[in-house]
Ligand binder design. Structure first.
Ligand SMILES: Nc1ncnc2c1ncn2[C@@H]1O[C@H](COP(=O)(O)OP(=O)(O)OP(=O)(O)O)[C@@H](O)[C@H]1O
Ligand SMILES: [Mg+2]
Length: 233
């Protein structure tokens, strides 16, 4: 799995009629039960690096924007390994980092994509000490503001076991989708990450098993992504 793959324009590879898009619509149908107009944001995270968080966040957002025609915003909060500007082919000069460090208006940081109704706040210029930015009240203010203007806000994040950034976000956003790279991430690592998230006051709504086909061949043969209640895995 190479970065160049996800660097490919998401719009050229996304097929709304595909079985994968169907799976994302199913994930959305589960998620919307947990949403209200005033509380419409999700954090996407995982235990470790490279489990597919950014891939899933971007495909989920695209699916919701296409399927519901509602306004969807993705925020790239992974200031260490930002991906959204690559996935959506956007510049990354001004983004989430500037909203946190320079108190810039988050609405000014929003970028349009080729999909109507789908918007992105990229991570922004790199910083040496991202953790301190997440500790401030500004994070909550940024989220609160964009929640008001967008029907859904999806926040892609760094893995919980690597850095503390995501734990601050978990405490603010609460609703968390937990990605597990099936067959790769050891069970005890997943459980440790779950405990760390719950301790930070996040609420794990469900798990997306990435790459389920590779390791669970008895699944429907089209299933790449599987969403389930956390306790059932
Ligand atoms: N189901 C999949 N099938 C094939 N390739 C995948 C799949 N999921 C993710 N990838 C690829 O794996 C790589 C890592 O995925 P991605 O960037 O989404 O992970 P991540 O969890 O966001 O990583 P990081 O922790 O660095 O932020 C990318 O190149 C992506 O295209
Ligand atoms: Mg990522």
């Amino acid at each position: 799995m190479k970065d160049s793959k996800s660097a490919k324009d998401i719009f050229s590879s996304y097929d709304s009629e595909s079985p994968i898009a169907t799976e994302f619509r199913r994930i959305y149908n589960n998620l919307k039960k947990h949403c209200t107009p005033a509380d419409n944001s999700f954090l996407i995270t995982s235990s470790n690096r490279g489990e597919g968080k950014s891939t899933i966040a971007s495909h989920l957002a695209l699916t919701i924007a296409q399927f519901t025609k509602k306004k969807v915003l993705i925020i790239d909060s992974d200031l260490r390994r930002p991906m959204m500007h690559k996935i959506f082919k956007l510049d990354n000069l001004f983004g989430f980092k500037e909203c946190l460090s320079d108190s810039q208006d988050p609405l000014q940081a929003v970028k349009k994509t080729h999909q109507k109704n789908l918007y992105v706040i990229t991570a922004g210029a790199r910083t040496g000490t991202p953790s301190s930015l997440f500790e401030s009240e500004t994070v909550a203010n940024v989220i609160k503001k964009v929640q008001f203007y967008y029907d859904y806000v999806i926040v892609d994040s760094a893995p919980v076991l690597a850095v503390s950034d995501t734990l601050f976000l978990g405490a603010i956003l609460r609703k968390t989708i937990f990605v597990v790279l099936a067959g790769v991430t050891p069970r005890e690592v997943v459980l440790r990450a779950r405990d760390v998230l719950l301790d930070s006051n996040a609420e794990i709504l469900g798990v997306v098993l990435n790459n389920a086909l590779e390791v669970l061949p008895y699944y429907y043969d089209y299933k790449y992504y599987e969403y389930d209640r956390f306790r059932e895995i």
